[in-house]
Design a protein around this ligand. Structure first.
Ligand code: HAM
Length: 428
């Protein structure tokens, strides 16, 4: 039987992988300019990290984790997201002790969630994310949103919108929690068994339920905004003021519930508004998590961050019919006349690559005509021809495929001639 790829995963094949490289490069450049440094944490962690960090009432932890025992019977989990790992590393490497705060970190790598696969939802997906840990300042929240948006903007996406909300501080959330319990309790028997458990454990999760999302009580549930303490409301107002001044448009949505428990104060999502995008429209999610580092054993260190999957980003580009300007040019194709010159064609190919050109040759013992055909198909800028007779005199032929001109040169002048010709081509 043929072994097939696991459900919810993909092979990123040539033709597609260049897009991934391009997007990753754009993000890296943006992070570099914003003075974010890359962090690479393990793909698997102790299961407890996510139970504590992401929250043991979330769908991610209760239903979607790839958890296994290692050979010493320790429970390990393939990371479903990056924030908990980054916060763990922040504590483990005592980044809180550094002079420069917040610690500004970014990451890019695969995450794993056992979800029902559909367009834009996979079991293995790649997140690009950023975290700023160590400071609570509305400017950092606003900068984080602008940073996430700038990745989409740099890639020319237009049909996107930023949606924001505030979950407030502990006091606000407690008051909201009580109101939610009072709201749902009398009719909780109409809800799924998960929601019945959620009622006491974490009633906010009822608003996020995939089964009961159409129940009328969800739409009439008390809004968090009405329970924000003066301080929380002030913080939220400050965040919005920063967004206004830096001219980042946003819409507010008091019903936005994020699927992770660590959030407080600011939460946000970036959605695609493109018609062709499909049912799942969230491209990016993020927010503030002031208690997470403390929960993981570190000193109280407020944090804020976001993550976006490359899969959804590429889907958004496709929906807006944006083609990435990916360079895939061939500078030099080396043609050999007769098999005896094979080592020399290899030598010239390698020499061109070493000098910084993209270079290729034939590996199928094709006739000269066939080799030229390949060079044509690959759109080679220069074809270098090596024949036995010329070689005896130390000569080779360089043909410029754009002008059709060719000249015989000394093999010792090979690289210098290529460089000169390329330079002339660029300045013409
Ligand atoms: P999240 O909302 O769970 O947040 O995921 C963030 C993004 O990851 C989503 O907006 C989506 O682009 C992508 N994503 C999630 N699940 C899938 C999937 N199954 N298939 C494809 N893409 C997916 C977090 O993960 C938080 N750690 C974000 C964060 C960072 N908050 C603060 N810092």
């Amino acid at each position: 039987m043929k072994i097939q790829i696991p459900r919810g995963t993909v092979d990123i094949m040539p033709g597609e992988s260049e897009k991934w490289q391009y997007v990753e490069h754009v993000a890296q450049e943006i992070f570099k300019r914003a003075r974010y440094s890359e962090i690479r944490t393990p793909i698997f962690e102790h299961t407890e990290l996510f139970q504590k960090g992401v929250g043991d009432t979330t769908d991610i932890v209760t239903k979607e984790m790839y958890t296994f025992n290692d050979r010493k019977e320790r429970s390990m989990t393939l990371r479903p997201e990056g924030t908990a790992s980054v916060a763990r590393a922040y504590v483990e490497h005592k980044l809180f002790g550094q002079v420069n705060q917040p610690a500004k970190l970014f990451y890019c790598g695969p995450m794993f969630r056992y979800e029902r696969p559909q367009k834009g939802r996979q079991r293995q997906f790649v997140q690009i994310g950023a975290e700023a840990i160590g400071v609570q300042d509305p400017a950092v929240d606003a900068e984080m949103m602008a940073l996430a948006l700038s990745i989409y903007q740099e890639l020319c996406l237009k049909e996107i919108k930023l949606v924001i909300n505030s979950l407030g501080d502990k006091t606000s959330r407690l008051a909201h929690r009580e109101a939610l319990i009072a709201h749902f309790k009398p009719s909780i028997h109409e809800f799924c068994s998960d929601c019945q458990t959620r009622l006491e454990k974490n009633p906010l999760r009822i608003l996020d339920c995939k089964v009961d999302h159409a129940h009328p009580l969800i739409a009439t549930a008390p809004s968090i905004i009405d329970f924000l303490t003066d301080e929380s409301l002030d913080y939220y107002t400050q965040v919005k003021r920063h967004l206004d001044v830096i001219e980042v448009p946003y819409v507010e949505d008091a019903t936005m519930v994020r699927g992770l428990d660590y959030y407080n104060h600011t939460t946000f999502e970036i959605m695609s508004e493109s018609k062709g995008f499909g049912a799942i429209t969230t491209l990016c999610g993020g927010g503030r998590y002031n208690g997470l580092v403390e929960e993981l054993g570190g000193p109280a260190s407020p944090g804020v961050g976001f993550a976006m999957s490359i899969e959804r980003l590429l889907a958004a580009l496709a929906a807006e019919e944006i083609t990435l300007p990916i360079a895939n040019h061939l500078d030099v194709f080396v043609v050999g006349v007769g098999e005896a010159v094979s080592p020399i064609t290899l030598k010239l190919t390698l020499a061109a690559r070493k000098a910084g050109f993209t270079a290729e040759r034939d590996y199928l013992s094709k006739k000269v005509k066939g080799q030229f055909k390949t060079a044509d198909r690959e759109n080679a800028r220069f074809v270098v021809v090596v024949g036995e007779e010329e070689l005896a005199e130390g000569l080779i032929v360089i043909k410029d495929m754009t002008t059709g001109t060719q000249e015989k040169i000394a093999m010792s002048d090979y690289i210098a001639t290529l460089q000169k010709k390329q330079h002339e081509g660029e300045t013409n």
